[in-house]
Design a binder for this molecule. Sequence first.
Ligand SMILES: Cc1ncc(COP(=O)(O)O)c(C=O)c1O
Length: 382
Amino acid sequence: MEALVKADVFPATQQYTYLNAASVAPMSKMTAKATLDWQEDLALRGTVHFDEEAETRVFDSLREVGARLLGARPDEIAGASNASESLCSMAWALSPGPEQNVVSSRIEFPSVVYPWLRVARTTGCQVRLTKDENHVINPDELLGLIDDRTSAVCISHVQYSTGQRLDLRALADVAHRHGALLIVDATQSAGAVPIDVVADDVDILVTSGYKWLCGPFGAAMMFVRRELHDDLEPGLVGWRSTSTVFDFQADALEWAPSASRFEFGTLAYGCTIGMMTAIEHLLEIGIDQIHSYNLALAGQLTEGLASQGAEFVTPAMDDLRSSIVTARFPGHDQARVAQLLNEEGVVVSPRIGAVRFAPHVYNTAGDIARALDVLKDILERN
Ligand SMILES: Cc1ncc(COP(=O)(O)O)c(C=O)c1O
């Protein structure tokens, strides 16, 4: 299998066997440069190059790039600093009442569930969570929790701990039949798994930029379906929430007539520019191609781990998975195995009492082979 990108494009991969995109992906040298160039220019010239027009241009470019990534329209994209703030703002925008419920999963990343638990303390809504035995979400159980009182189903496209991927269209169909919204956290899929918010009928989607999108910390984005713009009053509000941002009129809160009403303050602009550079690069390669490539790496990894006696936490669903592979090594201290791998330059994360491997576009078959060799040695010696 031929590498998808040249070895020197992601400098970290020349030094490490980097299998940790589910935590933080390294940046390409183009992304790092775009981010740093902006910071340097601001430090040296302040607003001379970065005036109000330039600020507006960053938001507009992000809308255009984000729309291409997600199959959305530019006015359906809002810039954000991280995924958690977008989820919070949306939970307060919906503020389900005491007769309503929100459906999610017990093994979700906390930011997907906490905002609803917080809102529930104020409004009395019910938060319904699937049981998820053995860290696997049973889609039938999830669908079974949705009823006519469901305000929203809020769930990750790909689970952070196991890489389990959900069928968004199936979720949207049932949610919509009951008048509920589908809110998706795509932080573990955007950049690695094709996303089409129209084909999948997604209502709201958030993604952070520092994982599979290979951007820096401090940049994220949100998709809000056009039909919802007029009805949603964001939970987080500030000077950038209006359509007349530079009027600075504090006595009149008139929401922007697009997803940009969810933008409320300044962004880390250099980081947003970095994230856009990263997305453009991934789009040039092609997300479909990245997805198949990553799955091939994950397949090679799974086979090698199985031959070393691994037990898989990642469910064996060939048609619905990502490249995250989470495995345990019976008879070993899992956190110690992860630590020793890291010490040998094989960068992985310990998660849910197991070791999580997350190969991405910059990895090669050689990386996977090296990781398996190093692991073999660790398991034999410990
Ligand atoms: C599914 C998911 N959502 C959100 C986050 C965190 O996003 P942010 O740091 O942008 O709030 C993570 C981080 O691991 C995640 O896995």
